[in-house]
Design a protein. Structure first.
Length: 278
């Protein structure tokens, strides 16, 4: 089973097309799947549009109000996926704005099936690229990923900020049993960088698949704000600088000792806000 986690905030212009394209691709490559859309307090018709596909596509929408931000949205999505995933399932996170290229989806799944634990769609891998974005955002993204690679090296990994990722469900279950919702604490889009850096501490394997990221595929404007993103990166580096080394060693030991059953449901529900699951 392939479980997709899609954070969504005011994506009424994108979400229907995303669901249709996902179903078409999954029918083509012949995998069972489910889409978990986490509606982050949208004020448009995102929720209603997702609900309208429930009879034709295996999809559920989880809504929380008011808007809590991308970090809380990811945590809710992961907790839901991990509750229903078996250890040989694959969990995939992707954007709601259709910039996650489904043409590389099969290659990402194959990497997991071949034994990799985390697969990142990377526009900085060989043959990857970014199209139709601003020069400032291109420089910011490139510089941030280069700096991250210097301070937090992961062999073979060039991108740390990609939303589009595939995870071995067994590995993710173990990581969440060690970290819980603390695996992502920084508010904003930098939370995906924080999660990757936390995962790199464990004895797991990472690999990239080249991605051509075309901003023109997005309808509407990006939710990412350059200044806020810069501030969050500074926050991230400060947290890593003062992180307790002893606590991290204990987490690694805990991870190594974990043995999961076929289905693990021992994940606490995130209590920070009311959740409506439909």
């Amino acid at each position: 089973m392939i479980l997709f986690i899609v954070p969504a905030y005011n994506e009424e212009k994108n979400i229907g097309l995303l669901l249709e394209k996902t179903k078409k691709k999954m029918d083509e490559i012949k995998y069972d799947f489910k889409v978990i859309v986490v509606n982050d307090g949208s004020t448009d018709k995102t929720k209603e549009i997702v609900e309208s596909y429930k009879d034709s596509i295996p999809v559920e929408v989880i809504s929380h109000y008011p808007n809590k931000g991308v970090t809380e949205t990811f945590i809710v999505g992961f907790e839901r996926a991990l509750r229903i995933a078996e250890i040989d399932d694959i969990i995939i996170t992707k954007e709601a704005d259709n910039t996650s290229d489904l043409d590389i989806l099969e290659a990402m799944i194959k990497k997991i099936k071949d034994g990799k634990d985390v697969v990142l769609a990377s526009c900085y891998a060989r043959e990857g690229k970014i199209l139709n974005t601003t020069r400032f955002r291109l420089i910011l993204s490139y510089s941030a990923n280069k700096i991250l690679k210097i301070f937090f090296p992961i062999p073979g990994i060039n991108t740390y900020s990609s939303f589009y990722r595939a995870f071995n469900a067994d590995i993710l279950k173990k990581a969440f049993k060690v970290y819980g919702s603390r695996i992502m604490t920084i508010h904003g889009f930098v939370c995906v960088v924080e999660m990757l850096v936390n995962l790199r501490r464990f004895p797991i394997s990472f690999v990239e698949v080249p991605l051509i990221l075309d901003a023109k595929k997005r309808v509407g404007i990006s939710k990412m704000r350059n200044y806020q993103c810069f501030v969050r990166y500074v926050e991230f580096f400060l947290i890593q600088l003062f992180r307790s080394r002893e606590k991290e060693k204990e987490r690694i030991k805990h991870f190594d000792k974990l043995k999961l059953n076929k289905v693990t449901k021992a994940y606490p529900v995130h209590k920070a806000y009311p959740v409506q699951c439909i």
